[in-house]
Design a protein around this ligand. Structure first.
Ligand code: GLC
Length: 424
């Protein structure tokens, strides 16, 4: 081999080596794929995708893949029992219903966030963070959407009949009867099907009569005169006053009741904050809808229905998962969610933001309600509690049993479940 050829070979080898060193030194960080599992409506998923694009621009080494589930909470719960329960690492960030935190954290399925979150960031959230997300002194989730039950009403019809939004259930019945018969529409839509939404409605109703299911000392107090009055009242809305449709007990969930309201078929609707934005974007309903606190018997009562973000304890990308949660719960992201989806923020600062206040006129109601909001029992066996309530309340609504019998059964079965868990 001539000396010239040898030189060429050496030179090429050195050049290749140099290029390799430069590449290794300056190459962009390895991209990780974080899987974010979320069940929500189509418009909500669109907005979340917009946010994720912004996150990926800010964090070029992370790609987010969505694992989209159906919106109803009970269906999502079944899914997580099998995936998180199987210790699968396939999901990194989970959007969880507030009622699962105690169950999932006690089962060891959620990562404690104590070492990720700064004290300053923690203090910037609404105080409910400490009540619901802390299980055995560890914080397991951050609130992302502070859901509260509200009363939506047809402002145009109330004005036409010179009526005000009702402050009490009695007023709601009277106004409904007066307007619904002349307009040939329903008076009041709420969620009565056998599922978690029914439990939320029941807890709000009994709270408005100072009733309850489990007291502050953990004692079951379901079988009470106050609760009986409420269960009879829920039944009568459908069968005696006839202001709620007969299929309330078989079909009405959040979305089915919202659709009826948007089709102009009812004067009042009980639903969560997301409905406000959809009514504003509806050409028929725009400017015709008002929103107020739910009526009362003796006290105003709302149930807390938030969705929170947590990290799968078996995720292999916890740091990146945390980066995503930090971004999604930031003031900037939450403001976008409030402005575009009417989700109530979980950062206290946004409750004073003039733009958010203008867009969400109900925000002061949420702020007020959060101070003494009803929290569904924050126990690891909540699903059993819910199943018992769903079954027996729904049987009253569908005329299969009396309110007295239903409450006796609820009392007996809840006490049994409580004792079983205390023993194990
Ligand atoms: C809403 C609430 C959730 C509740 C569910 C019941 O999604 O945010 O907490 O469990 O409704 O249907």
């Amino acid at each position: 081999m001539g000396a010239r050829l040898q030189n060429i070979i050496f030179l090429s080898m050195y050049t290749l080596l140099g290029l390799w060193v430069i590449y290794t030194f300056f190459r962009p960080g390895k991209t990780a794929e974080v899987v974010f599992s979320i069940g929500a409506g189509a418009n909500e998923i669109r907005m979340v995708k917009n946010l994720l694009e912004k996150f990926e621009v800010k964090n070029p080494t992370v790609k987010v893949k969505l694992n989209i589930l159906p919106a109803p909470t009970d269906q999502q719960h079944h899914y997580y029992l099998t995936t998180l329960g199987a210790k699968s690492p396939d999901i990194d960030v989970v959007r969880i219903d507030t009622i699962w935190i105690a169950e999932f954290a006690s089962a060891g399925w959620l990562e404690s966030l104590e070492s990720y979150l700064t004290a300053e960031n923690r203090a910037s959230f609404i105080p409910i963070i400490e009540k619901i997300n802390v299980i055995q002194s560890n914080l397991y989730a951050l609130p992302w959407d502070a859901n509260i039950g509200l009363l939506y009403y047809r402002k145009d019809l109330l004005e036409k009949y010179h009526e005000n939004p009702p402050a009490t259930w009695k007023e709601l019945i009277n106004t409904s009867k007066k307007i619904s018969s002349s307009e040939h529409i329903y008076g009041y839509l709420w969620q009565g099907k056998q599922y978690e939404g029914l439990v939320c409605n029941f807890i709000e109703f009994i709270g408005s009569n100072n009733g309850g299911i489990i007291d502050v000392n953990g004692k079951v107090i379901a079988n009470s005169v106050k609760n009986k009055r409420i269960l009879d009242f829920m039944h009568d809305l459908i069968w005696k006053y006839r202001i709620s449709p007969p299929n309330t007990h078989s079909e009405l969930m959040e979305e089915s009741s919202r659709h009826l309201f948007q089709q102009g078929k009812s004067l009042f609707l009980r639903n969560w904050t997301y409905v406000w934005d959809l009514c504003q974007k509806d050409p028929f309903l725009k400017n015709k809808v008002g929103v107020s606190q739910l009526p009362k018997f003796v006290s105003n009562s709302s149930v807390y229905g938030g969705w929170h973000l947590a990290i799968n304890a078996h995720s292999k990308k916890k740091e990146k998962a945390w980066q995503l949660i930090e971004f999604l719960t930031s003031n900037e992201s939450q403001k976008e969610l409030a402005m575009n989806l009417s989700w109530a923020p979980t950062k206290t600062l946004l409750y004073k933001d003039p733009e958010v206040l203008q867009k969400l006129p109900f925000l002061p109601i949420v702020e007020r309600s959060l101070r003494n909001v009803q929290i569904r029992p924050n126990v690891p066996y909540y699903q059993w509690v819910s199943d018992i309530l769903q079954e027996h309340i729904n049987r009253v609504l569908s005329n299969q049993t009396s309110s007295q019998k239903a409450l006796q059964n609820i009392q007996k079965r809840l006490t049994y479940i409580q004792n079983e868990f205390a023993r194990n």
